[in-house]
Write a protein that binds this ligand. Structure first.
Ligand SMILES: C[S@@+](CC[C@H](N)C(=O)[O-])C[C@H]1O[C@@H](n2cnc3c(N)ncnc32)[C@H](O)[C@@H]1O
Length: 212
């Protein structure tokens, strides 16, 4: 007789951030919930398509890439398909525990082109030299959960570590929603004040792009 093991929920509580991280199935790639909030788009799409939309905005992905928020590693994994190297930063080890058990995240742990850093992006970014990265994927949690990652000070570091003519994708959320419009306006203004050029919305990817 073949014994079937009962399905079990993948979830971890983080004492570091006091958040519950769990894996939530969709019709394709799963998303991660942080205290109930999905970290990828799941309405009228699913996380894999969402990832491709983000990456497409700053294609071709070449050279050294910085991914400021690892999560399930989908953006890092996708970028590593064409990049020379990807450095990806995650604040909470609990998120990586979830990723370890997610079949869609396995390349994050296997692809030698990906370097994982555990830490706060707003601190870790200070350790990179100027003009290091050809592309930056900035996919933070929503504004009210991670304000530091939307600040002028953080953008100045993004600008510093980006190579001349390098490209940034900054995820924001639905640009057309009431709160999205307000956040987008502030993000675009601060990016321009920092020195970024050709700052423009990419509504299909729920974010904006900018060039150095
Ligand atoms: C929207 S998810 C990223 C999704 C990821 N790009 C992917 O493809 O799966 C945001 C992630 O950023 C992490 N995070 C939050 N604050 C951070 C910080 N200050 N530095 C680095 N990571 C952070 C969260 O724990 C979460 O895993």
């Amino acid at each position: 007789m073949i014994e079937k093991s009962a399905p079990c929920k993948i979830q971890f509580f983080s004492e570091q951030t006091n958040q519950l991280y769990s894996l939530m199935p969709t019709r394709r790639a799963p998303t991660m919930l942080i205290s109930g909030i999905p970290m990828h788009r799941i309405k009228d799409t699913e996380p894999h398509t969402d990832t491709l939309e983000k990456i497409k905005t700053i294609a071709p992905i070449t050279g050294y890439v910085l991914d400021t928020a690892t999560g399930l590693g989908y953006t890092a994994i996708q970028a590593a398909q064409t990049a020379e190297h990807v450095t990806t930063i995650e604040l909470d080890p609990a998120a990586l525990e979830v990723a370890r058990l997610n079949p869609w995240s396995q390349s994050l742990f296997e692809n030698l082109k990906i370097t994982q850093v555990i830490g706060d992006s707003s601190e870790e970014i200070k350790k990179f030299g100027a003009n290091t990265f050809a592309r930056i994927i900035h996919d933070p949690p929503m504004f009210n959960l991670a304000g530091d990652l939307y600040s002028g000070e953080f953008y100045r570091h993004l600008f510093r570590v980006l190579q001349p003519r390098g490209r940034l994708f900054h995820y924001i959320g639905d640009l057309e929603s009431k709160s999205g419009r307000v956040v987008t306006k502030g993000v675009m203004r601060r990016l321009q004040e920092t020195g970024f050029k050709r700052v423009s919305p990419r509504p299909a990817a729920f974010g904006v792009i900018a060039f150095k």
